[in-house]
Design a protein around this ligand. Sequence first.
Ligand code: GLU
Length: 351
Amino acid sequence: MKKIRILPIHVGGTIASAASETGFRPKLSFADLLSRVDKKLAGDRLVAQAQAPFGELGIDSACLQIPHIQKIARAICESYDHYDAFIVTHGTDTLAYTASMLSFMLKGIQKPVVVTGAQRTLEDKDSDVIENLETALLAASTNNCGVWVAFNGKIIRAVRATKMDIGVDGLDAFVSNLRDEIQLSEFLLNDYAINKGHLEAFNTEASTAVDIFCLTHTTNPLWLSNYLQNSDLKALIVLIYGMSGHREDLIEVLSRWANDNEAFIIAKSHSVYGSTDLSKYELGVKALRMGILSSLDMTLESVYAKTSLLLARKIEHQEFTRQFYSNICGELDEPDVQKFAQKSNFWLSTA
Ligand code: GLU
């Protein structure tokens, strides 16, 4: 039987780290990791020499910026025809951002891309490095095309993955915001791909004119205004408590800036689970009427990735909004969008 050809892309993070005098830092190449994987599991596949776009040992993923993610995506696009699957070894801090962005950039992908990392280094007692790497290699050997996060024996659709645990006690770093994590044993047996037969439409263009800002009790409208006036942003994702919008003095500043600059304000709840739907509460409806967009059931990481990619397309304001509320790669629940559209259209028509 023909062996599956897998291209690893080694980014870094805890999975590649070991102790140093100044704290944990990336010290292991992908070859170092692969040499520890079960011999049969590794030997049953053709695992190519890893690409290491940020150096053989990789980097701390907290240092990644959008051009780094573009580099990872381009590495996949450029070698796409030569491999059957791809795995990305990555730090957990920004893993869900990279995985989400790859999902949008590699829209319709007909091969698996599996992103993994670790909570404990190879040297640690109870290290999860090898288990996670083996999970990724197994998941990448299935027919489940699309971008996935493999961690702690589970597989999560990348656009639904969020980091929930920074790993002092637990190994379960990631959850799906739909609570639909798939056990590896199930993933190996069943078909979970949602894009099988879709047209591949790869596009690695992304804008850096987007940021995330947390609105709290103490956020001062003047500081917020200064921050926005001194930025080159075209979109700001604001973290709000739930789905009620936020204080009117802050929403006014945000809305004015967005109108004056043809920019976008997108509200996302602090909560991982549930849909940020501004059409439910009076305060939220006020924000909606002032042009603030609702994240609905997208993860923060997906909203960030989607916004960056849509901004790069330089489309009209209305078309941006239309595409923002369209499901591109499984990040949005379509019935949820329909319900929101009906209610928000009602509120906007009665404004
Ligand atoms: N800060 C590091 C990173 O994200 C280590 C965290 C981790 O991998 O768990 O690369």
